[in-house]
Design a protein around this ligand. Structure first.
Ligand code: FAD
Length: 422
């Protein structure tokens, strides 16, 4: 029996649920297809940071308070390089918020899925997998899914969305253009309790207002370590050259301890206890896919898988869901043609993420910092504005061209020369 809707979304992860909620609020009928049967299923290979660039999207979905109620910790970001610390001069709130969130995926994914399932107009099909795309000529007109009972169910839709993650079956079936690049670092992480600041203080501060913490990233050139304080737990992660993968895998506890014990301004681990298994990422690829085809759009990781080092994927899943609904919801409501709206989405996706992805994919090769990066990081330790721009870039609010204009680069260069001469 064919089912009909305005939008069929494959994948009830971050991107799919956010898009389903947004479309349904325009009065559109959405079928959300999810392979997992359990509403509480969540993605395990994730270090849980939501960048501040995605907070306006969470707010627009009306989910910021829910994220905090589910244990989300407001977090700002600090980078350390050989030149020293780069910090925001302040934690702003409101539209210029410099805080993101650390929230466990075991909380975030079920929260989004439940909200989507409870939104009028959304029907969640659990335990169903996409098997085929339906087409009228070149245009995608829906999907065929295999439901829990093993039956093949055709779903007709005016717009089909692939939100089915990095191995997107929808993208594969649509044969969209795909560019994959290899990673040159081996990464692993685990959750710990009892991690304290270097002065022995708790990492998360809980006053009258929302809980707050600072997430720290050490760029050890070329190795990397990061610490993400969470609700009752802290994620400690390290990335080293892939050549050292087998040596690191022999004893991951030693591997993490040896890196964290040498960090400038690193945490106090004397009372730390590992409370999860390690998640080693043995092989990873960055993936860029053309995010549209006739009648079809890809969002989240289905469109773009970036280096997980930067903690950008959740934010980009939320933001790309916002960009696709902004572009297509009104044409869907009014019955206008989809093609111009889809091109608008593809353009916005490229304009917002293209340069970020180019930088991330290149840095993911495991290379050392180049001269320009060393100049910028050095200058950012001494100049608040350059530091704030660097963090706006790192938290993906600004792309490299927006963040570093010629005037700022010239200032960074002069400062770098002055610091070297001093
Ligand atoms: C080690 C690691 C650490 C990371 N840490 C961070 C971090 O700190 N911060 C951050 O922002 N990002 C991080 N990421 C990236 C982040 O996890 C992803 O970018 C994000 O989950 C993408 O969301 P999504 O909704 O696009 O896809 P997913 O969260 O993968 O959701 C896809 C959904 O589609 C469903 N599905 C898949 N195939 C089918 C099918 N055929 N039919 C039906 N349903 C299907 C899946 O079950 C799933 O529910 C990390 C990634 C890794 C690997």
């Amino acid at each position: 029996m064919t089912q009909r809707c305005d939008v069929v979304i494959v994948g009830a992860g971050i991107a799919g649920c956010a898009a389903a909620i947004a479309y349904a609020r325009y009065g559109l009928r959405v079928i959300l297809v999810e392979a997992h049967r359990n509403t509480d299923a969540f993605k395990r290979a994730c270090t849980h940071l939501i960048q501040s660039s995605a907070v306006p999207t969470l707010r627009r979905l009306g989910l910021e308070a829910e994220v905090e109620a589910a244990g989300g910790i407001r977090t700002d970001l600090e980078f350390h390089t050989r030149a020293g610390w780069v910090r925001y001069p302040r934690i702003a709130s409101g539209p210029d918020a410099t805080y993101g969130y650390n929230i466990r995926r075991s909380q975030l994914d079920p929260l989004l899925r439940r909200t989507a399932a409870e939104t009028d107009g959304v029907r969640l099909l659990r335990g169903a997998r996409v098997r085929e795309l339906q087409r009228d000529g070149r245009r995608v007109t829906g999907v065929v899914v295999q439901n829990e009972a093993g039956e093949l169910v055709p779903i007709d839709a005016r717009l089909t969305i692939g939100a089915d993650g990095r191995h997107s079956a929808v993208a594969g079936l649509a044969r969209v253009r795909t560019i994959k690049t290899s990673h040159g670092r081996f990464g692993c992480f685990a959750h710990y309790t009892g991690v304290l600041d270097k002065s022995g203080a708790e990492l998360v501060t809980r006053g009258d207002g929302p809980a707050q913490a600072t997430s720290r990233l050490w760029l050890l050139d070329p190795d990397i370590a990061y610490m993400l304080p969470n609700d009752g737990r802290t994620v400690l992660a390290a990335m080293v050259s892939s050549e050292r993968r087998d040596e690191s895998l022999r004893n991951l506890d030693n591997h993490i301890n040896s890196i964290f014990s040498r960090l400038p301004g690193g945490p106090d681990l004397s009372n730390a206890r590992r409370v999860s298994n390690f998640t080693p990422i043995k092989k990873y690829q960055s993936v860029w896919r053309r995010p549209i085809a006739p009648g079809l759009a890809l969002i989240g990781d289905a469109a773009l898988v970036t280096d997980y080092l930067w903690g950008a994927g959740i934010g980009w899943a939320l933001q790309s869901s916002e960009w696709i609904t902004d572009a297509t919801a009104l044409p869907l409501v009014s019955g206008e043609p989809m093609a111009p709206a889809l091109r608008k989405y593809a353009y916005r996706h490229f304009r917002r993420l293209g340069l970020h992805h180019a930088f991330n994919a290149n840095f993911a090769t495991g290379r050392k910092m180049n001269a320009l990066e060393r100049v910028l990081f050095g200058a950012a330790t001494a100049d608040e504005e350059i530091g704030a721009r660097l963090l706006d870039f790192g938290s993906r609010k600004l792309n490299p061209l927006q963040a570093f204009g010629p005037g700022l680069l010239a200032r960074a260069w002069r400062l770098h020369r002055a610091l070297e001469a001093a």
